[in-house]
Design a protein. Structure first.
Length: 161
């Protein structure tokens, strides 16, 4: 079982440096709270009871030739809070009334949490993922603005994926 609540605040401002240049800066502050729990019970076939014996994983591995460290069952709970600021920065140059060039940098994240489906104790909690994205591009309009051509190159670095 997982419960989650989050809230965020975002703000962005653009400064017109000149008639042809614009600088945009912004950011998002996010807070996320998560609680998770997982209970795995293993029933002993001969007694119909829950097995908590430390010998159970050894027997399971010997019989089925599969490692299962969690054969004894478990009861896990966890709670985590994450607060993060993710910025955005953009610079745009209007080369002509119909063509502009831009460069941007953005950060993003995905909150960590709890895997309440897996049977492995060590995989119950997972950390957040973070990304840094870089982009450069051009936007152009042709034929009395009836044709638009955009091109972009981008790269994203991921951490803790």
């Amino acid at each position: 079982e997982t419960e989650s609540s989050s809230w965020a605040v975002f703000s962005q401002a653009t400064w017109n440096i000149s008639p042809d240049w614009r600088f945009t800066v912004g950011g998002r502050f996010t807070r996320e709270d998560k609680d998770g729990s997982r209970v795995i019970n293993v029933t002993a076939a001969d007694l119909g009871s829950i097995s908590t014996s430390p010998v159970a994983p050894i027997l399971y591995t010997a019989v089925f030739a599969i490692d299962n460290e969690q054969f004894t069952g478990h009861n896990l709970t966890g709670s985590r809070t994450e607060s993060i600021f993710t910025p955005v920065v953009n610079l745009q140059w209007d080369v002509s009334p119909s063509t502009s060039l831009y460069a941007s940098y953005t950060e993003g994240f995905k909150a960590g949490g709890f895997d309440t489906r897996a049977n492995v104790v060590s995989s119950f909690e997972f950390e957040e993922e973070e990304a840094s994205a870089y982009e450069i591009g051009a936007k152009s309009r042709f034929l009395d603005d009836s044709l638009e051509l955009n091109i972009a190159a981008f790269m994203t670095d991921y951490d803790d994926l």
